[in-house]
Design a protein around this ligand. Structure first.
Ligand code: URA
Length: 394
């Protein structure tokens, strides 16, 4: 509570991070050949970048030891998305994690109980004392967990906007600077990108729908905004990991890894290694499928351009469908979600499809459709689309 009110200096934040880091196991990956670089996102709606970035970076020669989290509230979680793939195991022990990392080049798992136990205790305390929203505490929480993974360097995606944890760019910038500073003190190069999260990333949000969109990206058929963020983050990973001299070289390596199918092949290998059914790559029907599709189309009076797709309301629509978690113990329905989502700046007339809802329950579907209609607004002229990537902190 004192930290919440008074804040911490950079040095104090570094001490807190270090104490939290050493409250549990710190994984040592130094005997595994290659540079280990991870990415962490502060989370948003439709943020499936990890599913594309980890195999892509591995295909470009990095080792990506990724420990991710579950969804909570309106934001989704990588572990839940991976679990939409039949058989995919995310709760592996450290020995399994290391073996897959060495063999495949990436492993994507949930945090083991031995990693930063102090964070679990502190986070529950923060949750019940209204002290979650505190930049030094968030910084120490995220950085202690990332440093415990055994990484050499880290790229952060600090999101801001309606669908993000940080609503304002100023707060996101403050958090990004604090986390980059911790990296400096720890001797691990850290770069942070500040990215906008006012509308969902890509055209899909949910679990099955996001897995499909991620595989489409690896097949070089991904939406432009999602690929822009994925390439930017992966590019900085390649530079930090010594695989590329600059962003141009990084981009060449990444587009080649997608075009040759090497990134998709890494995804397949990771799926197999973690028990998932690799046939999902060619047959999306293997994924959990919703009972009904609702096409949400613009009404007869619609005319103009999409001016807003409120990411927070889209996140609430997913929760209304049963695809989100209000409490950590809630079950998520992997089959439901949003696909074919229209983007800001696209033209609309009567009958234009705004999105497709994957629905398992009629009443939930009606509520989600109403939320999507509130989320998507129109304007008579094309709005100015804000840049997705707004800053690089290093
Ligand atoms: N994510 C974390 O891991 N910790 C926080 O404190 C906030 C977001």
């Amino acid at each position: 509570m004192a930290i919440f009110w008074r804040g911490l200096t950079a040095q104090e934040t570094a001490w807190l991070t270090d104490a939290m880091l050493h409250s549990g196991e710190v994984i040592d990956l130094s005997d595994i050949p290659g540079t280990k670089v991870d990415k962490h996102s502060t989370g948003g709606v439709g943020d499936k970048v990890s599913l594309i970035l980890a195999p892509l970076a591995a295909a470009c020669g990095l080792k990506v030891p990724m420990m991710s989290g579950r969804g909570l509230g309106h934001t989704g979680g990588t572990l839940d998305k991976l679990e939409a793939i039949p058989g995919f195991r995310v709760m592996l022990n450290v020995a399994e994690f290391r073996a897959i990392l060495e063999k495949v080049g990436t492993a994507m798992i949930g945090q083991t109980p031995q990693i930063v136990p102090a964070d679990r205790k502190l986070y529950s305390l923060r949750d019940v004392t209204g002290t979650v929203e505190c930049i030094p505490l968030i910084c120490a929480s995220i950085m202690s967990k990332k440093l415990a993974e055994g990484i050499d360097s880290l790229v952060l995606d600090v999101k801001f906007g309606r669908g993000a944890f940080m609503k304002s760019k100023e707060h996101a910038l403050e958090l990004a600077r604090a986390m980059v500073a911790i990296g400096r003190v720890s001797g691990k190069p850290v770069r942070a990108l500040l990215t906008a999260m006012n509308q969902p990333l890509g055209r899909a949000a949910g679990h099955t729908t996001e897995v499909i969109e991620s595989i489409e990206c690896l097949k070089d058929r991904g939406p432009a905004d999602l690929m822009e963020v994925t390439y930017a983050l992966t590019g900085h990973m390649l530079i930090l990991g010594g695989m590329a001299k600059n962003e141009i070289e990084a981009r060449q390596k990444m587009t080649a890894a997608i075009a040759s199918g090497a990134a998709l092949e890494k995804f397949r290998q990771m799926c197999v290694a973690q028990g998932g059914d690799p046939r999902v790559i060619d047959d999306y029907a293997i994924l959990p499928t919703a009972k009904k599709l609702i096409e949400v189309v613009a009404r007869t009076d619609a005319h103009g351009f999409v001016s807003e797709v409120d990411a927070l309301k889209c996140g609430h629509a997913i929760m209304a469908l049963g695809g989100g978690r209000a409490a950590v113990t809630d079950h998520v329905d992997h089959a439901v979600g949003i696909a074919n989502l229209i983007k800001i700046g696209e033209p609309v007339t009567a009958g234009t499809r705004l999105c497709t809802l994957h629905v398992n329950d009629e009443t939930r579907g009606i509520r989600a459709e109403a939320l999507m209609r509130e989320a998507i607004l129109f304007a008579p002229s094309a709005p100015k689309v804000e840049p997705l990537i707004q800053d690089l902190i290093q």
